[in-house]
Unconditional design. Structure first.
Length: 313
């Protein structure tokens, strides 16, 4: 194990993986989060379509993921559409697209709305290929959108058999723990540290904490600053408790749109790339029983929130 520096984080609570089961202190139970969406809705660059008593607002996306110009929506192949739940009511299609554009080319992006236009808190994104849908789950399932609010991202119901497999990942960290700026003597496993470049100038350790805590328990986190002014130098490091968390962070957040013309570069710490190959080749051997391959978990929530999740289906 190697000594590393950065900001100290305490122990965290739990969740993981691709969106099929919930875990809580009271126990675990299955919950299908992939509400079915029957396609066949043709929208222009922005359009409105009826789905029974539901209204769908959609954005057609062009060749490079930009908005289309009045063309009919292309249909994503089976297994390439994800269901996104716990979407903040303030998010429109453009904001939903911004959070997922790094995953791959999007063909459709829809936020489900009530008849009065108010968001129902969930939507669908249709990608061009299966790998993009897999990355959307790896990178954005459990993403923090507010205090106690986490996105739930899963394959559209009925298409699970077509989707690419997704390995289980370590439990998420605890967002409520305070940010520390010292970590002297902190022991970090080689391969568990990621380097982040192209950070927005106003991002602090707290912003990095919020954007990456769903990948696992953090041991250290640092935004590098100029010595004279304290101004951010635009890069930093995060050290996780487990290399599997770092692996997921690299897979899931590289290219994330952090702001206008700001796309995060996330990679393993230089010199530790070989350690990551060992993790990739033997994840089951390195993974504790809590996140064995068949134990895919989704974000924790209180009982009232879980009931609300179930009622959406």
């Amino acid at each position: 194990m190697a000594d590393l520096w950065g900001d100290s984080w305490g122990n965290d609570d739990s969740w993981s993986g691709g969106g099929g089961s919930w875990a809580s202190n009271a126990g675990a139970f299955s919950l299908d989060m992939s509400m079915g969406w029957e396609g066949g809705m043709s929208l222009g660059s922005k359009g409105k379509g009826k789905m029974g008593s539901q209204t769908a607002m959609g954005v057609a996306l062009g060749p490079k993921g930009g908005k289309g110009k009045g063309k009919e929506l292309s249909h994503a192949p089976p297994g390439a559409t994800v269901f996104v739940f716990h979407v903040p009511v303030t998010w429109d299609e453009e904001e939903l697209q911004r959070h997922f554009r790094h995953c791959g080319r999007m063909l459709t992006c829809v936020v489900q709305r009530k008849d009065d236009g108010e968001s129902r808190g969930f939507g669908f994104i249709g990608f061009e290929d299966l790998e993009a849908a897999r990355k959307a789950i790896v990178g954005m399932n459990g993403f923090t959108t507010g205090v106690g609010k986490f996105l739930s991202v899963s394959i559209k119901k009925g298409e699970e058999q077509y989707a690419l497999p997704i390995e289980a990942f370590p439990p998420r960290g605890n967002l409520s723990l305070a940010v520390s700026t010292t970590a002297k003597g902190q022991q970090v496993i080689p391969g568990a540290t990621v380097f982040l470049f192209h950070l927005p100038p106003d991002w602090t350790e707290e912003e990095l904490h919020r954007h990456f805590i769903h990948f696992g328990v953090m041991l250290t986190i640092t935004v590098m600053r100029k010595q004279e002014s304290g101004e951010s130098r635009g890069f930093g490091f995060i050290s996780f408790q487990l290399p599997e968390s770092a692996k997921r962070a690299v897979e899931g957040m590289n290219g994330f749109a952090a702001g206008p013309n700001k796309f995060l570069k996330v990679q393993f710490k230089k010199g530790e790339e070989e350690e990551t190959h060992a993790v990739a080749s033997a994840p089951a051997a390195l993974a504790p029983a809590a996140f064995a391959p068949d134990a895919v978990l989704a974000p924790q929530g209180d009982a009232s929130e879980m009931k609300a999740d179930a009622s959406v289906q």
